[in-house]
Write a protein of this length. Sequence first.
Length: 267
Amino acid sequence: MTEPPPSRPAPAARTHPDYTVIPLEDAEGPFFEPREKAFPDAPAELWAEADRRDPGAVRDGGWLLRFRCFALRPADGPVILVDAGIGAAASPARAWAPVPGRLPESLAAAGISPGDVDTVVLTHLHTDHIGWSLGEDGAPFFPNARYVVQRADIEWVVPATLDWLRPGLGAQLSLVEGDVDLRPGVRLLHTPGHTPGHQCVLVDDQFLVTGDLLVHMLQLIDPTQSYGHEVDPGAARASRTGLLEKLGRVTLATSHLGTPFTTVPLE
């Protein structure tokens, strides 16, 4: 078990008329394999440009991975949480990620209690995005929330992960299919490839909470670059390139880049 890093100032939120988008840091740590193995087709000049644009993702020549969730807080009413981080010490991500995460502390610093959250959108069911779905007692960490997942990911995910997740959530697990309007100004976009049921969250047509639609600056400079842990690299590439082209100028709220917000197209 890795001790969580010391507390630091929270990244600034971004506010628009309907929602404030709040980045919530859960952890950071080195990626579990050489970054060149994760992106085997990336040439040296692309790595150099990515490192220039996102120096916070580099440590000792390797990939320093952030684990980040986002809260969508309306002017009034309950909060939407996008993703649930790596979780507590016994969470499924413990095999490779730096548990325990600090999402509870990040929520508290933002003035959000678990009971304030009425919806948790899980962009996909990789273990570093679901960990705080359940508390250490196995009960839902967000007791008043429905947990929204694409049905395709439930049908795909490895049994061990589903066996950990599903019993605790019970009736709070809400399955959707395809693009769905979650609330006025918040739309779920099915973006398969990283996993079959991967989904992004579009907020006020101005923010895209990406999940793992992209995981590194390489994929913003060149969206055709495949990541070695995509279930279907061709579908992931099509989702990434198609959505970024369709949206045009938009601010991305990213899970794993060095900083939480990046505006595209890149200047």
